[in-house]
Design a protein. Structure first.
Length: 396
């Protein structure tokens, strides 16, 4: 199928489980890669009841089959409502929808179950609900094809990072700080920017917790869903011994490909982390400050170990997106650490892409790739044996 221009709605709800982002993107073929233009973006917070249901499904082994089935459909309805509202507000028409879904469980390493050893993943959100409501085809369930090709099924945003940000003379790091923090590192490339051969030199990984631990402690200690601008943590002191102990977690010593989620840094990790903080200090602000420092330090260490060597002496633009980019304390601490590596830190806003829109736009691009029978994964990032076409198409 010869690629053609389409207007695609991308839908994203991440590990923070705080809501839905919708990005409307015009995507056109451009040499060997696509050209993107963001037309609209909207964010829709989950209702309190829906967020409770999502978090319960992520955290509770005792969640019933009925509750999981209802949540799967309820999320599909919520995604459809979000797209409809976005289209009504911006008066645009779309041709296709790409929906990441809500990750409830992610196990890329083969594990024994019922007599067989295999990997698995589940992103909830019934695609038929979206296709039926919008009367448009929906591409969903992006991760399994990469996993069955030997990859981790994540990260899947690097294709968008390359398409929008690769530069012939400057290194580019695209850092997302959502529930989990992850980055794509693209060294300066001598390949023409229209060539996907440059992707061979890019790498991506999950560095560790992003907002997940901070949000969990903000909720438990201060009855707030997050720490606005890092203002609470700014009143605390980083507990050096707790930070040092947390960084000994085996995840932080793993080499790429590596991915993380609530399985690694969810409720159980937060409980242990808080107990460690309490053994040193009773001040709630100190626990939040230390959680913020863990996000910053794990990002800086991952960049230093795995990405910085590939940048050589080139200047590096460190471009941050995701909800963490609104945390002024976190951003200030990260900027201070990155100055040691010849990095200039900005946000994706400064490059014309709102920080909340980037991941939703990525799934619009991946849907466009799938619709045209084109691969969407980056094997050097996911660990897959080969590029594969991602996702499943649900017709209206």
């Amino acid at each position: 199928m010869k690629p053609k221009s389409l207007t695609v709605a991308g839908i994203m709800s991440g590990t923070s489980a705080d809501g839905i982002d919708v990005a409307i993107v015009r995507i056109s073929p451009h040499g060997q890669r696509a050209k993107l233009s963001l037309l609209a973006h909207e964010a829709f917070p989950f209702s309190a009841s829906l967020r409770r249901a999502v978090l319960a499904a992520m955290n509770a082994a005792s969640t019933s089959t009925a509750e999981l089935a209802r949540l799967h459909w309820r999320l599909g309805l919520a995604y459809a409502e979000a797209v409809k509202s976005t289209l009504a507000r911006h008066k645009v028409k779309i041709d296709l929808i790409g929906c990441h879904g809500q990750t409830l469980y992610h196990q890329p390493a083969p594990t024994f179950y019922a007599g067989r050893k295999f990997p698995c993943t589940w992103q909830a959100g019934e695609a038929v609900c979206i296709a039926s409501a919008l009367q448009l085809p929906v591409v969903s369930n992006f991760r399994p094809a990469d996993i069955l090709a030997g990859g981790h099924g994540a990260p899947l945003v690097p294709l968008l990072d390359y398409v929008l940000f690769a530069h012939p003379k400057r290194g580019r790091v695209l850092q997302n700080i959502g529930g989990i923090a992850n980055f794509t590192a693209i060294p300066p490339t001598k390949q023409p920017l229209r060539s996907t051969k440059s992707l061979l030199h890019a790498m991506a990984l999950d560095s560790g917790p992003g907002n997940m631990l901070i949000d969990s402690l903000a909720q438990e200690l201060f009855n707030k869903p997050y720490d606005p601008s890092g203002s609470i943590a700014a009143k605390g002191t980083v507990l050096a011994s707790v930070l040092k102990a947390a960084l000994r977690n085996p995840f932080f010593s793993k080499h790429p490909p590596r991915t993380a989620g609530r399985e690694q840094f969810g409720r159980e990790f937060a409980s242990r982390f808080l107990l460690q903080c309490r053994s040193v200090s009773q001040r709630d602000e100190d626990a939040l400050a230390t959680a913020t420092a863990l996000t910053v330090e794990s990002i800086a260490r991952a960049y230093s170990q795995f990405a910085a060597p590939a940048m050589g002496n080139a200047p590096v633009d460190y471009i941050v997106s995701g909800g963490g980019a609104r945390n002024r304390l976190l951003m200030g601490m990260l900027e201070e650490r990155l100055e040691l590596f010849n990095c200039t830190m900005t946000t994706s806003d400064a490059h014309g892409l709102p920080i909340e829109a980037k991941e939703a736009a990525a799934f619009a691009l991946l849907a466009w790739q799938t619709w045209h029978h084109l691969p969407g994964n980056l094997p050097s990032a996911t660990g897959a044996a080969r590029p594969v076409i991602l996702g499943q198409i649900t017709y209206a």
